[in-house]
Design a protein around this ligand. Structure first.
Ligand code: SF4
Length: 181
């Protein structure tokens, strides 16, 4: 990608209020089987959401996927809520902005543009349990964790803060990714 193209995409991101980001080489993204294991054993959403495992590619396919891109924008969101319930509306808005950015970048000619969201898909009030039943398959996107990304290790490698939280009153560090070339 040329310098002009990266500037063009950065400008589009900022126009969506997505101002905290770093370019990342997708092959440097850290993934792990353990991430999928945590989805299967411990997450109440497993098997209940159209954009979560087991409705996602296998661990190996996710890992292969990242090798097919030369660049990506890693977005950072640091946020704290007085009322933890507010995180759902916030997540929905952030996902929407990222999705619109993905579309704009695609329409600008970057045909491989693909977004992995910072928050689980919450377009519908109640998510469907399978991909086939998804009400908005054109815009539903999985999270980084859903694609087996070790978000902690990847974020720290990129110089971003992230820590295990003990409660919703603590500041959260969330991450999304726009793959593009
Ligand atoms: S669009 Fe609706 S059904 Fe599909 S993943 Fe998102 S919330 Fe679930």
């Amino acid at each position: 990608m040329t310098k002009g193209e990266t500037k063009q995409i950065e400008k589009m991101a900022r126009a969506h209020g997505l101002k905290d980001f770093k370019w990342i080489q997708p092959k440097s993204i850290i993934t792990g089987h353990w991430v999928r294991a945590k989805c299967i054993y411990g997450c109440p959403s497993y098997g209940k959401k159209a954009c979560c495992p087991p409705e996602l590619p296998s661990v190996g396919e996710c890992q292969q996927f990242f090798t097919e891109y030369r660049s990506g924008l890693l977005f950072h969101f640091a946020v704290k809520f007085e009322n933890p319930e507010m995180r759902f509306a916030w997540g929905k808005k952030i996902n929407k902005e990222m999705l619109e950015l993905e579309r704009e970048v695609f329409l600008a000619g970057f045909y491989k543009a693909f977004m992995l969201s910072a928050n689980p898909c919450r377009i519908c009030e109640k998510c469907k349990a399978s991909k086939q039943e998804c009400r908005n398959p054109g815009v539903a996107r999985p999270t980084l964790e859903g694609f087996c990304v070790d978000v902690y290790a990847t974020a720290r490698k990129m110089g971003y803060p992230i820590q295990v939280l003990k409660g919703f009153e603590e500041e959260m560090n969330r991450f999304g990714l726009l793959l593009v070339e």
